[in-house]
Design a protein around this ligand. Structure first.
Ligand SMILES: O=C(O)c1cc(=O)[nH]c(=O)n1[C@@H]1O[C@H](COP(=O)(O)O)[C@@H](O)[C@H]1O
Length: 277
């Protein structure tokens, strides 16, 4: 990879806008597309999505579970999707939410963040529940290889607040502590005037009164929950305020449901992009 993930993303967003298209081939999406619920259906869906969005969006976000559900055949489709996207010049953020003790994280890092792996992507989502420091090794390898890591901070699901809005031992909330953790990793990039490669995940559906402070983040904010989960472009502006230029809003089913025709998917992408301004 040439250049850091943060800078590659910033360049792509300047060119195509911030929308991230989620590729979540739910069984219901396959039904709607009149495709079989098998690896063939999965492949048609995934490859159609890349064909539809190539040259139109900066980044796509496949959700690994929908591929894992088909076993090794599903993983093979995920590998194809990753290589199709790379060839088309679309960044891939794999939503796989990994998190474990450091020594096991090393194996996830080998799978998703290391040259030569068929599942290596531009960035992955990671869960900090084992302590954000358990992600340090993955972040270091991501940065060495021009890749990125997104740390869950304030997720879009209503259940998340019990843990994420709890008080952190250092003061403030756990969500804020995750943002501050990412900011710490991005500090060197900030000195260079570049976007850092450690992002955070903050849902488009969270209460705008949560009062999260992104001033020091200097990295991107993945904001899923746009569309089907109820998040709107107006909500994003309310939640993120001055940090809006760092936001990568993500929509999966809202775009997938406009398929299977490439033209319909493109129209849904364009409409969403326009709403984001
Ligand atoms: O990390 C994620 O991508 C994620 C974080 C979060 O807080 N909420 C959330 O919905 N997601 C993912 O984003 C996608 C949302 O899908 P749609 O609701 O269909 O747009 C799913 O793949 C979720 O797993």
């Amino acid at each position: 990879m040439t250049g850091s993930y943060g800078e590659r993303l910033r360049t792509a967003v300047a060119r195509y806008g911030p929308l991230c298209v989620g590729i979540d081939p739910h069984p219901g999406v396959l039904d709607r597309w009149d495709l079989p619920r098998d690896a063939y259906g999965l492949e048609r869906c995934a490859r159609t999505m890349i064909e539809a969005v190539a040259g139109r969006v900066a980044i796509v976000k496949p959700q690994s579970a929908f591929f894992e559900a088909y076993g090794s055949a599903g993983i093979a489709v995920l590998e194809l999707l990753i290589s199709d996207a790379r060839e088309a010049g679309v960044l891939v953020l794999l939503d796989v939410k990994r998190g474990d003790i450091g020594s096991t994280m090393d194996a996830y890092t080998a799978a998703y963040l290391t040259d030569g792996s068929s599942l290596a992507v531009d960035a992955m989502t990671a869960s900090p529940f084992l302590g954000p420091g358990s992600l340090d090794g993955a972040i270091a390898q991501a940065e060495r290889s021009g890749r990125g890591v997104y740390v869950l901070a304030a997720t879009s699901n209503p259940e998340g607040v019990t843990v994420q809005q709890a008080a952190s031992p250092e003061g403030g909330t756990i969500s804020q502590a995750m943002i501050d953790f990412a900011a710490g990793h991005n500090a060197d990039a900030a000195v260079r005037g570049e976007w850092g490669s450690v992002g955070v995940v903050v849902g488009a559906t969270i209460d705008p009164g949560t009062g999260l402070d992104f001033a020091a983040l200097n990295g991107s904010i993945l904001a899923p929950g746009l569309g089907t989960q109820g998040g709107t472009a107006d909500d994003l502006r309310k939640i993120f305020g001055d940090a809006y230029p760092l936001v990568i809003p993500s929509n999966s089913r809202g775009i997938l449901n406009a398929g299977p025709g490439v033209a319909g998917i493109r129209a849904a992408v364009e409409e969403t992009q326009q709403s984001l301004g």
